[in-house]
Design a protein around this ligand. Structure first.
Ligand code: FAD
Ligand code: SF4
Length: 517
């Protein structure tokens, strides 16, 4: 018997308020979800990244069934299809669906592939806007029209005004400024952060344990560990994680948002990105909770504004840029970087303590906070001259919150400057001195962040000066970067030795470079 609509729910669309359900009719429509191996393998996904998607999908499917809605759910290992397109094509043909409906997928690749699969099977493809965002791609395109460069800060002001968030009755920013960054660059004193509130953890229930076993069975050679897996997987758990963050960590979030400390992966961060990206909790709710904390004097303005800027500003901004610039965005490599990604990123040994900490933590939890991603992992890849596509594949593979719409602009645009500065005004590059200032990593390292040459020279520092030297022509005259590049004149005497040492690092780190599995 033919059905009217096959309604596709992807693994990052676990939202009961989705537009997909607006005119869903259980008498003539059917919901469709599928677990396929290619989604874990098109980049070599961390085991925790695979597990969080599958476990959250299975929990969501229970709720759909409780509503009595017809649902075709294909479980990993219980069907012959490798890709979502193959699985969809087969279901559309078998059910003779007239239409395939889906909320706009979070990846350009998937969007194109699913549409093609549906149409090939003879169905009409209909996609709905994703109401889980506060700015739709066409609104972003309107905002971006006529602007040479897209700057998050301008977009953020636009969004604050549009939703009247943290504005007083005259429409002015609460606290007298749009941004309190000057108060938000703190690092910890030598004795460290002291006792930190442990974030609430969600011990795997029986269905989740089944997923963890399936992941170990199907993807044994994938990177990462499942031992510490405790992420929120349902809307109720996401709400609990939010409340825990607001109470325990938001008050110090602003001050220490850039700080890093050995053995402390979470510090005062929210751990909410995966729940937001799977659509278990709406950004509006998250923003509302932070603003309420300001009103009830639970958290200071610098913490609340800093947090709101991440969710209302950066998160919506990178999504807008993604849909505006794809598919060409993924190909960008303005600095013509071609180094392979060192094996140490996949867990290979390294003496560099900062990288060892950030990669180790990534492999244990599928998590690193923003500054670890930007100023350690991304910074080192940029200084080394890694091919943007290689570092993009790594970031997409290893984080539980990685979906291309958010990962790709953060990596190619913000961290690697691969788009030539359409998204950020200058490359985020720093020497070991920055890592030393913001963390205690250098205290445990055999290298010295102050040195650029010699046996004890910090590779970040050597490669930093080498980067400034290699890209002098592009940046030395630019008004936003000239000051940073001017410092290079003080290094002339060492420059040849720096170049040679940097070249040795590039050769050494290219040895054995490969992707796992
Ligand atoms: P917090 O630090 O507590 O921040 C609160 C929330 O703000 C986050 O949950 C997130 O939803 C949002 N947010 C903060 N910064 C950004 C940003 N730059 N872009 C989008 N949202 C932001 N975030 C992802 O969700 N998925 C990714 O794949 C991803 N890849 C990144 C790659 C690089 C190179 C960089 C520099 C950043 C990346 N980010 C990514 C952004 C950010 O690092 C993570 O959102 C954050 O670390 C998640 O941890 P948290 O929930 O504890 O966030
Ligand atoms: Fe990293 Fe250099 Fe510091 Fe070592 S000395 S932890 S390599 S920044």
């Amino acid at each position: 018997m033919a059905i009217r609509r096959l309604c596709v729910v992807l693994g990052d669309q676990l939202d009961l308020d989705s537009a997909l359900f607006d005119d869903f009719d259980p008498a003539q429509d059917c919901l469709w979800m599928a677990e396929v191996s290619s989604e874990a393998q098109h980049v070599p996904s961390h085991k925790a990244r695979i597990a969080i998607f599958l476990a959250a999908m299975r929990h969501f499917s229970v709720v759909l069934r409780q509503r009595g809605w017809p649902l075709e759910y294909l479980r990993l290992g219980e069907h012959p299809h490798e890709t979502l397109s193959q699985a969809l094509n087969a279901s559309v043909s078998r059910l003779a669906a007239q239409q395939v409906c889906c909320v706009q997928p979070g990846e350009w690749r998937l969007c194109a592939a699913l549409r093609a699969a549906a149409e090939q099977a003879g169905a009409r493809w209909i996609d709905y806007p994703d109401r889980h965002f506060l700015c739709q791609p066409d609104e972003f395109a309107d905002w971006a029209r006529g602007r040479k460069q897209l700057r998050m800060e301008h977009f953020y002001h636009y969004m604050r005004k549009r939703y009247r968030i943290l504005l007083d009755e005259q429409g002015q920013p609460v606290g007298g400024a749009w941004n309190f960054d000057a108060r938000n660059r703190g690092s910890f004193a030598r004795q460290g952060p002291g006792m930190l509130p442990a974030p609430c953890a969600f011990q795997p229930d029986a269905p989740t344990r089944e997923v963890l076993q399936a992941v170990e069975r199907h993807f044994p050679h994938h990177p990462g560990s499942l031992e510490a897996f405790d992420w929120p997987l349902t809307p109720a758990q996401a709400e609990q994680a939010l409340e825990d963050f607001i109470e325990q960590r938001l008050p110090a979030f602003g001050q220490y948002q850039d700080a890093m400390w050995s053995g402390e992966p979470w510090l005062y961060h929210a751990r909410l990105s995966a729940a937001l990206n799977l659509k278990l909790i709406h950004p509006r709710r998250v923003i509302e909770a932070a603003v309420d904390a300001l009103q009830s004097r639970q958290a200071p303005i610098e913490a609340v504004e800093g947090f709101v800027r991440q969710v209302l500003g950066w998160r919506e901004f990178v999504r807008g840029v993604y849909w505006l610039r794809m598919p060409q965005f993924a190909e960008q490599n303005i600095l013509a970087h071609g180094q392979p990604l060192p094996w140490l990123y996949w867990g290979g040994d390294t003496d560099m303590h900062c990288l060892s900490e950030c990669v180790g933590q990534t492999m244990s939890y599928g998590y690193a906070h923003h500054i670890q991603r930007l100023m350690v992992l991304g910074n080192f890849a940029l200084l080394l001259g890694v091919r943007p596509e290689a570092i993009h594949r790594w970031f997409l593979a290893v984080y539980v919150d990685a979906v291309e719409w958010v990962e790709l602009p953060n990596v190619l645009g913000m961290s690697q400057y691969a788009d030539g500065g359409h998204m950020v005004s200058k490359p985020y590059v720093a020497s070991g001195a920055y890592v030393k200032r913001m963390s205690n990593y250098c205290q445990h390292c055999r290298f010295d962040p102050a040195l650029a040459v010699g046996e004890k020279a910090c590779p970040f520092t050597t490669l930093y000066w080498d980067f400034l030297d290699r890209h002098q022509q592009r940046f030395a005259q630019h008004p936003r970067t000239a000051l940073q590049w001017r410092a290079l004149s003080g290094k002339q005497a060492q420059l040849q030795a720096i170049r040679e040492q940097a070249e040795r690092w590039r050769r050494r780190l290219a040895e054995g470079a490969r992707e796992p599995c």
